[in-house]
Design a binder for this molecule. Sequence first.
Ligand SMILES: [Zn+2]
Length: 284
Amino acid sequence: MNQFFTQRRDRLLTYQAMREGRITSTRRKACPGCGAESSALDWSRNKQVCPRCGYHSPIGAYYRLSMILDPGSFQELEEKLEPADPLDFPGYADKLQGLERDTGLKDAAVAALGQVQRHKAVFVVLDGRFLMGSMGTAVGEKVTRAAEYAQRHKLPLIIFAASGGARMQEGIFSLMQMAKTAAAITRFQEKGGLYISCLTHPTTGGVTASFASLGDIMLSEPGALIGFAGPRVIEQTIGEKLPEGFQRAEYLLDHGFLDQIVPRDQWRHVLSQLLALHEKGGRA
Ligand SMILES: [Zn+2]
């Protein structure tokens, strides 16, 4: 029954996008993974995963939540939280305004209360369209408040990361968010809270080096680039060629950094299973 509703909702989202002219069967998009061209309609029907090679294209935060949560269970948290410009960085305020207009987001993170197959949890989803999902004061504060909310209400915390790292325009204030979010997650975990970290392409820099790597359970989408510095920087620093697939989800799974790789259409199933198991205290 649940699958029936999910399929119907996916169809409705596609029809809505077609009506608004955002996708058509004639507009074509080349896959960054294999180079093959598919119609925007096929990309949309396939949840922005390449129908040929399975490349997982980055997607927006609200769209991801709509794919994962039970219909009608979405309740946004901290939606009024505004980004700050503590350094008065040239052009930053205008950039923020433009991005808000283009994406409908105030900053790069959306927090929400929701249910997956009737299991309740607190969610934070980073959105790469907003300054590459970088973490400034607003993103750090939202992650922190979500962890505190989950702790107060004894709910699991699920974060989908997608980030270029700390936000340059907020300087040291953005680096401070690394310690702040890591401390909030640790407090939450010490009280027995379950934190599931879901990494998507790409997750890098200060976000990898803080809350994104602290999950009790570490999951990722296939092919996601996950690391601190990029491969070119590392190669130049150590003066050596890196192994094939280094910093990709599959490599990190083989080396124990991840627990499982989850294809996009499996998130609902995998998360609901984990949440059900957790509610039963590990008893099947
Ligand atoms: Zn492809």
